[in-house]
Each structure stands twice: as C-alpha cells, then as structure tokens.
Design a protein around this ligand. Structure first.
Ligand code: NOJ
Length: 772
C-alpha cells in the first residue's frame, strides 16, 4: 500500500518499533516541507551598481505598457527564426523583441559560424586574456546574427560527478578557476552588446533524472533533488555564479533539477534569497526550456521569464493579480528586469534585426556570414592550442622532428561527415563503447555543440605537415588491431571520450579504444596517444606500456582541431594547458562521486534524492582529504621546457581585521567589501630549459577548518629560456573566508593560513604561513 506520511510520523514509527518494518514510499512532497526555506516577497530590481540608468529607462518604458503587453514579455513565442527562444516585440515602443540562442561554445543551429574551443578546453588554457578575447569574437558572431542573448556559458554542472554528461560545457571542477574564466567571458561577450545567460542555476550536477517523468516501474517520479547544505552551496556551487553576477550578467537560467526538494525554477530560497537578495542580481531569471512546473508559485519565487513558452502564465498572471494571489508589483518587476537588461547592454540602438541571421531554413540566401573573419583566426587557433594538456613525454618523443615515416590510427583522426553536423553532434546516446567513432570530436553533444564552417581534422593537418617535411604517412582509421610498419618513427593514435547533454557517461574509459591503443603500442616503439576527451578520461589500462611515449589530453578544440594539435606535436606551440580536473589512477578513486545518483531507493523512488553529503570535498579536495594519490593532479601539465620557482613574498595590505565584511550597500555580486584585497603574494619563475614556454603558476591556500588546499590564484606567463618573470597574486577577503551558516555571512577566521605556490595542486615548491 502506498502511504502519504510526514517526516515526524516516520521518525516516530522508527523510534517506536524494535523490529525492522518495510520502508514506506513517500508519495507527497509535503514530506519535504522545510528542506528549502521560503523567502518572500521577491526583491525588486533597484538599479544597484552600474544598472541605475538602465532602470530609469526601463521603468519609463514599463509605465507605458498595457497588462497584455506585460504578460507577453514574460514568456517566449513561436518565431519565424531559428532562435532557441524568442520574446515578441512591442513595435509601438520600438522594442524589437529578444532572440535567445545557444550556446557558450559558439552559435548553434545555424550556418556560417565558428566552432570555438569548448568550456573544458578553455578551462584547460588557464588563460584569462585569451578567454576574454574568445568571448569578444564569439559575442560578435551572436550580434551579427541578431541574437541578443547567448544561452551560456555554463558554470553548472561544476563537475561534482566524474561521469557527468555536461561537465565539458563548463570550465572546471574548481569554483575559483571557473569564476575567474566566467568573469572574463562575460566581459568579452558583453563588450559586443550581447547578453550572457549563465546556466544552470543551480546544482544541475547530473543528467540522469534531470526531468520528471515515468520511472522504470511506470510511476511518475519527480526530477532528482540535489540536497546541499548552505556552506557547500556558498563555497562551491554558488561561487562562480557570484562572479558572473559581479561581472554584470543580465540573465541567469534556472535549472531542471530540484534543489533541497523544490524545483530550481520555483525555489524562493535560491531565486529570491541567494540570487536577488544576497547577490543583488538586477537582471532576470529565465527558465531552462520546459523547466517551469508551477504558475503563480514560480512567479512569486522569483522566476521572471519562461522559455520556450509558458503553459502556466499568460492571462493567469493578471487573473492572479486581480484575485490577490500575486502582487502587481511582481509582474512589473519581472518585465522591468527584462527591459532593463536590454537597455543595460545598449541593445536599443544599432542592433541587427531580431534573428536576422538565423533563418529556419538554413539554405536561405540572406544569412549573415560571420565565420573565419581574419581578425578572429588567431584567437580561434590559440584557444584551440592552449587547451591541450601534455601528460606524458618520455625519450624526447615530442616535439616531432621531420619524421621519415609516421603512422596514424584511430577513428578520431578524420573529419566527421558534415551532414551529421547541422546541430553539432546532437544528442547521441553513445553508451558502449563510450566514444564517438565517426570522426574527430571537436565539441560535445547537445545544446552546447554547434556546426563549424569547416573542420580541420588531425589527418588534414598532418598531411600538410608531411608535405612540408617530406614525411611519408601511413594510416588506417578503421581497424582496432591495425598492421603497423615497424620502421615507423612514431605512431599516432587518435581516440576520444564522448559526452552529451541528456545522458551521463557510462564510464571514464572504453574498452574499444583501450584495446586499439594497446594493439598499436605492442607493434610500434614510439606510440603517441591523443585523446579528444569531453571530460575525465582514465588511462590506467596502458599508461605504463613502455612503447607509449607521449600522451595528450586534447579536449574539445573546436574547428581548428587538426591545426592546433599539429602545432603542439611539432613544437610550433609549446604545450601550456593544465588539467582543470583530477585524473585518478582508477575509477573507484572517485568514490561516491564517480557516478550520478540513479533513481531513488524504494522509499524515495518517486522523489529521487542526491545528497551532496561530501560537502565541499569534490575532485582534488576529496583526493587530498582521503590521501589518495592521483595519476595526474588537478592543475598538472607538461611543457617542452622546465620552470623553477623561488622568492615567495607575502605583503599584507593595511586593512583592519573584522570577522565579517563591513556592512555596505549590496551591488551585483553581493557585499562589495568581500572583494577588498587583503594580501599580495609574489613569486619568481625561471625558465630553466632550452625553449620559450608559458607557465601557469598556481596559488593554493589552506583555510583553517577547510580543505587541505584550495585554488585562490593563477597566472599564465610566457618566459624565454634562461629568463625569469615575477608573478603577482592579489587575494581578497572572499578568497580567505568561509561561509558561516549561523551568521549568514562570510567569516574571516583569525588563525594561520598556509600559502602554497607551484606547478599544480600536488607540486608546490614554495610555501609560507600567513597569520590573520
Ligand atoms: C536545454 C539546455 O539544458 C539548455 O542548456 C539550453 O540552453 C536550452 N535547452 C535551450 O536549447
């Protein structure tokens, strides 16, 4: 019998019974009342920070609207363009409507655009300047096509679950690195007058059960609930969103999942509380596509715009105002936030027509051509190059020096059929083996993918190089156990690890590719493995093979995949990518964070629960805590040169100690005093090798009562052989603080903070102690 029961009655039942009883199935969400505290009313946008003039204009605009016009602004409509979402215009007031389109790695669903390096690839560059430039060029493509809002970049999933299907869309599993790169991306994209919409808010850490629906037993089950405590929320998952709001994003996309048992798009604690009160967010919250699950409840909880359309709102909003279930001021605030964002980006003048380069029929002749503009080329390529991470290079294998005979293997070496690419890879449910076997994987699957103007595959670039060097090439892309000419100077094996929206991965390696690599290595004395990996890829089956002399994590470089990898292989570019996640020796080292939560146990099968009981201990924080030695640590990557570290200097700024940040008016991003700088730390890096290269000095802090170390600074510097550079890290109050859930504020503890500077999270030659 199915019973609807409360927590209290369940606890009593357990307490009163001395023998085991079958667990009762929870059938009503009233069981979870209190898990996510109510925060009402929804705060009104105030024009804080640099939003004042946008709000003055928006309020004047909204004052002229009829109720119908207001309602129309709160939900998408079917459009004559291919925009992922469209708000209709109000011609009498000169408002053309808004086109919202995917995604953070390039414009999706249209032609004549570039495919840029994906999020994880950019994370691996650890390069702020390059990230900003990529944002500028990408933003310009959206603008030229008449797209007002880029649906991205993604900072959630952060990457809690190693097999997460969408981890590749975001930069890194570390909130500090992700926060720094989202900040630069927003600045870059928005410099072109295009808005970013940062997604998915929040804790959308797995694809499994992201939607409600019928479970395996034919019963209706809600979406998974990510259950997070307040401290973990602030220190990990909210952190990059805070940077995004601080950078001025005007749009945040709420996610499909539930958080603490309340849907993210109707969770008043998240939207009214964290986002609009604590972070002072002035823009609007847009639902992920189809993520609205209630009517007035979602409006009162802080949702402002529904995409692609709303079954719940429309005239129900004005009816609710009439019958008193919603305040008129809430509807005014919803539309003011949307229109203020349009003014904030200056989109009211000079912006191309709505979706003018986004025809539904891609063969229409009038499309705006934005691909491969000469100015963008070097940034496209550089972003592709710098996300490659070299993790093994023995016996001077790389860089290659005009080999006489080079043999090339693997399904990932050639260009995929262009016909498959009208939407990037789409949503391919690739289960076993877990690889995309039909060509090089330049992007992941789903709404984060796109279709480039061209694809330069590895073999294409190798052919050009062979022409220059007089090298003979041999290749076989289809055999799993190819014949290998034993006189080959080197053998290159190209494989990939696929991931897509909609599904989590089935493992962190696949038997087909592992066998292919081993078979080649058994016959070729110098085997170089290149993996286009949309997430963590383990190499335990073959990494110690004595003939495997070099390994590159090539991630998802975008359309210049071949050109970029060949620049690295031949030393025209010195590898400077560093891992934005930890590579374990074996899958079990990720423990409970290897796989998504699947379904629920019997009791919770209609309300799947994913408890984030590990707190802030994910990825390298978890490995450090458990004392597990990774194969390749977070932040690791080799170069063709070597760097020495010396001369660590710490200077405290003259700021008076206070446990909590002094009170101040909230700006977008929160209390501005959180961003006060407290300490500057300097170190000298010397290039002790023979070639020029870029180093990524990383700074980690151990905050009392927190993880062993946490990333709190990084830089990227180019240094000539024999020369040195001084790097300088400025750390803020926020960087040293922990979230105090009782005080509901960031606490700067008195005590000793170990500071480390070095090459990666496990190779930190410089250290000192800072007393606060
Ligand atoms: C659903 C995805 O989760 C989101 O990332 C995307 O922007 C929308 N669909 C629109 O395509």
């Amino acid at each position: 019998m199915l019973l609807s029961i409360t927590k209290t009655s369940l606890l009593l039942a357990v307490a009163c019974s001395s023998f085991a009883v079958a667990e009762e199935i929870i059938t009503s969400d009233s069981y979870f009342y209190g898990d996510s505290p109510p925060v009402y009313p929804s705060p009104r946008g105030s024009g804080a920070g640099d939003w004042a003039s946008a709000y003055v204009k928006a309020k004047a605009f909204v004052a002229k609207l009829s109720d119908d016009e207001k309602v129309n602004l709160t939900a998408g409509v079917t459009s004559t363009t291919a925009c992922s979402g469209t708000i209709q215009g109000i011609p009498r007031l000169g408002f053309p409507g808004l086109c919202l389109n995917d995604a953070g790695n390039g414009l999706r669903g249209t032609n004549y655009v570039n495919s840029w390096a994906s999020g994880v690839h950019v994370g691996a560059t650890w390069n702020r300047d390059l990230t900003k430039k990529r944002g500028e060029y990408m933003g310009n493509e959206f603008r030229t096509k008449g797209v007002h809002v880029m649906l991205g970049p993604s900072v959630g999933p952060l990457g809690r679950v190693a097999e997460g299907g969408r981890n590749w869309e975001a930069f890194s599993v570390d909130p500090y690195l992700t926060g720094a790169l989202i900040y630069e991306t927003i600045e870059g994209v928005q410099s072109q007058g295009v808005a970013t919409s940062i997604k998915h808010f929040i804790a959308n850490e797995q694809e499994t059960d992201r939607h409600p629906g019928t479970n395996d037993e034919g019963q209706y089950a809600e979406a998974v609930s990510s259950n997070i405590d307040d401290k973990t929320m602030h220190e990990l998952y909210l952190w990059p969103f805070q940077d995004a709001v601080h950078a001025g994003t005007p749009s945040i996309m709420c996610s499909y999942n539930r958080v603490n048992n309340s849907y993210a798009c109707q969770n008043s604690k998240l939207l009214n509380g964290l986002l609009k009160t604590e972070l002072g967010f002035q823009g609007y919250v847009v639902s992920d596509w189809g993520a609205q699950h209630s009517g007035i409840a979602s409006a009162n909880a802080g949702l402002d715009l529904v995409m692609p359309s709303s079954d719940f709102w429309g005239h129900n909003l004005t009816n609710a105002i009439t019958n008193g279930t919603m305040e008129a001021s809430r509807l005014n605030d919803m539309v003011t936030r949307i229109i203020a964002s349009w003014y904030y980006l200056g989109q009211e003048s000079g912006f191309p027509g709505l979706g003018s380069g986004m025809p539904i029929n891609v063969s229409q002749p009038h499309q705006a051509v934005v691909a491969t503009r000469p100015a963008a080329k070097s940034t496209l390529l550089q972003a592709a190059v710098e996300g490659h991470v070299l993790v093994k290079n023995i016996r001077n294998t790389l860089p290659l020096k005009s080999p006489r005979l080079l043999s090339v293997f693997g399904y990932d070496a050639y260009a995929p059929s262009k016909l498959q690419l009208s939407q990037g890879f789409g949503f391919l449910e690739i289960k076993s083996p877990e690889a995309y076997m039909n060509g090089t994987q330049y992007t992941g699957g789903g709404s984060g993918g796109n279709s480039p103007a061209y694809i330069d595959a590895p073999i294409d670039a190798l052919q050009r190089q062979a022409y220059e060097d007089g090298t003979t090439l041999q290749w076989d892309f289809s055999s799993q156990d190819p014949a290998v000419d034993y006189t080959s100077d080197a053998c290159l094996v190209f494989v990939n690890a696929y991931a897509t929206e909609g599904f989590d991965r089935q493992g962190l390696s696949d038997p087909y590719s592992d066998a292919l690599i081993t078979n080649v290595a058994n016959k070729c004395k110098s085997t170089i493995v290149v993996i286009h990996n949309a997430g963590i890829r383990l190499v335990d089956k073959w990494i110690d093979h004595s003939n495997i002399t070099a390994v590159i994590y090539a991630h998802l470089p975008g359309q210049d995949t071949g050109r970029a990898v060949v620049d690295i292989l031949y030393g025209r570019s010195n590898p400077s990518g560093r891992l934005p996640y930890t590579v374990a020796k074996k899958e079990s080292d990720y423990g409970g964070l290897l796989q998504p939560t699947v379904g629920g146990n019997d009791k919770f099968k209609l309300f799947p629960q994913s408890d984030f009981s590990e707190g802030v201990y994910i990825d390298y924080r978890a490995f450090d805590k458990a004392g597990i030695e990774p194969l390749y640590a977070f932040g690791f990557g080799l170069s063709y040169t070597t760097f020495d570290y010396s001369n660590l200097k710490v200077s405290k700024h003259n700021s008076r100690y206070s446990a909590y940040p002094p009170k101040a008016s909230i700006i977008p991003g929160g209390n501005p005093r959180l961003f006060d700088s407290l300490v500057t730390i300097k170190a000298t890096i010397k290039n002790s090798g023979r070639v020029e290269g870029q180093e990524v000095p990383q700074l980690y802090v151990s905050i009392p009562h927190g993880p062993k170390r946490q990333l709190r600074g990084f830089d990227k510097v180019s240094i000539k052989p024999g020369k040195s550079a001084t790097v300088s890290f400025t750390l803020t109050r926020r960087d040293f603080s922990t979230w105090d859930a009782n005080a509901q504020d960031w606490l700067l503890q008195k005590g000793q903070y170990n500071i480390y500077v070095g090459r990666n999270s496990r190779d930190l030659p410089l250290s000192t102690v800072l007393t606060i």
